[in-house]
Design a protein around this ligand. Structure first.
Ligand code: SF4
Length: 217
């Protein structure tokens, strides 16, 4: 029987390779979070969410260590700075879950909730963890926009929304309607992508300009 909970249990066994990888890091670093990372919500709760960001998966020393998406490694610096700039977050991002950062009308989740070795989930893991992405997309009754970060997050989100990937391909700066939701897409704000120039701050800001304009309507 399929699990239809919104959040996986701390010991979710559905992907044996990821379950074993987390077990290894629980031994190595018992002070780390080392579990599926829950969706980050605004303090007002899920009914306040109009915009959902879908990343790939927790980073080993980022969200897997701290327990909050995009917190503790480089990817969060650009993301949270940009969210604050567009009024989608407030407070101060200090790369730890007890900083003063709060989301505004926005939630953040990952297509794969457990840290994968070398940041690379396999197809079966992406498909299995959609068990949680589908109800995550459904839990926000006021959801209007989704931003997918990278091809894997985009394709899994399209499938989770009931769309066909061939009809809704990933493109940086893309904008597509799937059901009641408008899906924006961007290259992932990883250190690799920004260091190589694949994603510049200007390119990322430009995507958020479009999202913010859409949400203002
Ligand atoms: S990736 Fe998702 S489905 Fe797989 S073990 Fe982790 S929480 Fe469970």
């Amino acid at each position: 029987m399929q699990n239809t909970s919104v959040e996986p249990s701390r010991d979710c066994p559905l992907c044996p390779r990821l379950h074993d990888f987390i077990a290894l890091w629980r031994q190595r670093e018992p002070g780390w979070f080392n579990a599926p990372v829950p969706t980050f919500l605004p303090p007002e709760g899920e009914d306040a969410v109009r915009f959902l960001i879908v990343g790939l998966a927790p980073g080993l020393r980022g969200a897997n260590r701290t327990g909050r998406p995009f917190t503790g490694d480089y990817a969060g610096d650009l993301l949270y700075e940009t969210l604050i700039r567009f009024g989608l977050a407030r407070g101060r991002f200090e790369a730890r879950p007890d900083d003063s950062l709060e989301l505004i009308s926005t939630a953040i989740t990952n297509a794969v909730r457990c840290v994968p070795p070398e940041n690379k989930p396999v197809g079966a893991e992406i498909n299995t963890c959609r068990t949680f992405l589908v109800p995550t997309l459904k839990r926000f009754k006021n959801l209007e926009a989704v931003l997918t970060l990278g091809t894997i997050a985009h394709q899994s989100t399209v499938r989770a929304l009931g769309g066909r990937v061939a009809a809704h391909p990933f493109r940086h700066g893309g904008r597509q309607e799937i059901g009641d939701v408008t899906v924006f897409s961007s290259y992932h704000c990883s250190r690799y992508n920004t260091n190589t120039g694949r994603l510049t701050t200007e390119m990322f800001v430009s995507v958020f300009s479009e999202v913010a304009e859409f949400l203002r309507k």
